[in-house]
Ligand binder design. Structure first.
Ligand code: ATP
Ligand code: MG
Length: 329
C-alpha cells in the first residue's frame, strides 16, 4: 500500500487528476490517497496558496501527484521544492506514435539540478547594470550526477551525457564536469560522455536519437528541457518529476489552462505519464511499463483521443479507453 498525496489544484489540473486516478484504479497496486489543497482557489479561500496542512500531508506521503496551480504556480511549486528538498527535476522527452512530433523514436530523459546554479535568485544592481551569482557545489553536483546514473540503471538506459560549459566557466562548470566523471567511476557499465551545452542544444535537434540520459545544471536543464518538449511537441503530453531523498512529486508540464478549463476536453496524457513516472519512482517498473503501453496504444490508435490530438473524445472518455487497455494488460 503506497501513501500518496494528491493535489488536483486549479483548472484542468482537477480534470486530468480525476482522469488519472480513474485509470490508476485498474492497477494491481493499492494506493492510499490523501487529498490536499493548493493553488489559486485555495489562496482565495484561505489566504495562502500552499497551506501548512498540505505541506504536512505531502511530507507524510511517499509520493505526491500534482495537477496544476494557476497564477500561484510559482509560489506553490517553488515552495514545495524548497521545503521538501526536491533536488532533481526530470523530464522525459519521448515521441509517441499518433502525435505530432518533429522526430520519431526519440526517447531520452533530462535530469536537471533543481536547487542551485544561476536560479538561486541572488542578483544585485551595480553602477552600470546588475550582477547575478551562480553557485555550483561539489555536494549538489555529486547528488544530481549520482541520481542520473542511478536513474539510468533502474530504467535500463545505457548512456549518461554530462552537459556543461567548462571551457568558459572553468571553475563552476569545471567542478560539475569533474564531479560527473568521479561519480561515473562507480557505474562502469554505463557509457559516459560530456558535451558543451551549446553543442548539446544543436545535437538535440541534429541527432536526438543519440541521447539516453542527460544530466546538467539548473539553467541549462531548464532551457534544454523546453527544447526537448519542442522536439516531441504538445504540452498535453509532457510529464515531469521533482525528486528528493524522501519524496517525489509528479506533475504535468502544462498549467491550469484557464481557456479550456471546465469543459472536460483537456488531454489527460501528461498527468497519466506523470503517474507512470511515479510508478517508476516507487520501484513498480512493470506496472509503469503496462500503464505507459496502454496510453501508447490509445495514442497510436488515434480514435479515442482529445481535441488537441485531432480527436473529439472528452478527458474522461480518453481516460476510460486507457483504463480498459491497462486493465486488459
Ligand atoms: P497557467 O497560468 O496555469 O500556466 P496557461 O494559460 O499558461 O495556464 P498552460 O496550461 O500552461 O496554460 O497551457 C497553455 C495552453 O496549451 C493552454 O491554454 C491550452 O490551450 C493548451 N494546453 C495545455 N495543456 C493542455 C492539455 N492537457 N490538453 C489540451 N490543451 C492543453
Ligand atoms: Mg503556463
Amino acid at each position: 500500500m503506497y501513501k500518496i498525496a494528491v493535489i488536483p489544484g486549479d483548472g484542468i489540473g482537477k480534470e486530468v487528476m480525476e482522469a488519472t486516478l480513474h485509470v490508476l484504479e485498474a492497477s494491481n497496486l493499492e494506493f492510499d490517497y490523501t487529498f490536499a489543497d493548493a493553488g489559486d482557489e485555495t489562496k482565495e479561500k484561505t489566504g495562502v496558496a500552499l497551506p501548512e496542512e498540505t505541506l504536512d500531508i505531502v511530507k507524510k506521503s511517499q509520493a505526491c501527484l500534482f495537477g496544476a496551480a494557476g497564477e500561484s504556480a510559482a509560489d506553490v511549486i517553488v515552495k514545495l521544492r524548497r521545503e521538501l528538498d526536491l533536488y532533481a527535476n526530470i523530464r522525459p522527452v519521448k515521441s509517441y506514435k499518433g502525435t505530432k512530433c518533429l522526430f520519431e523514436d526519440v526517447d531520452f530523459v533530462i535530469v536537471r539540478e533543481n536547487t542551485e546554479g544561476l536560479y538561486i535568485g541572488r542578483e544585485e544592481y551595480t553602477d552600470d547594470g546588475a550582477t547575478a551569482v551562480r553557485i555550483i557545489t561539489r555536494k549538489a553536483s555529486e547528488r544530481i550526477c549520482r541520481f542520473a546514473f542511478e536513474y539510468a540503471k533502474t530504467t535500463q538506459r545505457n548512456r549518461v551525457t554530462g552537459v556543461h560549459k567548462a571551457n568558459v566557466l572553468k571553475k563552476t562548470d569545471g567542478i560539475f564536469k569533474e564531479t560527473f566523471y568521479k561519480v561515473a567511476e562507480d557505474y562502469a557499465d554505463v557509457e559516459t560522455e560530456d558535451f558543451y551545452v551549446d553543442a548539446t542544444a544543436m545535437y538535440l535537434v541534429t541527432m536526438p536519437l543519440h541521447f539516453d540520459v542527460v544530466v546538467t545544471t539548473n539553467l541549462y536543464g531548464d532551457i534544454l528541457s523546453d527544447e526537448g518538449a519542442g522536439l516531441v511537441g504538445g504540452l498535453g503530453l509532457i510529464p515531469s518529476a521533482n525528486i528528493g531523498d524522501k519524496q517525489g512529486l509528479f506533475e504535468p508540464v502544462h498549467g491550469s489552462a484557464p481557456d479550456i478549463a471546465g469543459k472536460g476536453i483537456a488531454n489527460p496524457s501528461a498527468m497519466i505519464l506523470s503517474a507512470v513516472m511515479m510508478l517508476e519512482y516507487l520501484g513498480e517498473n512493470d506496472e509503469a511499463r503496462k500503464l505507459e503501453k496502454a496510453l501508447t496504444q490509445v495514442l497510436s490508435d488515434g480514435k479515442v483521443v482529445t481535441g488537441d490530438l485531432g480527436g473529439s473524445a472528452s478527458t474522461m472518455e480518453m481516460a476510460s479507453e486507457v483504463r480498459a487497455k491497462f486493465e486488459g494488460s
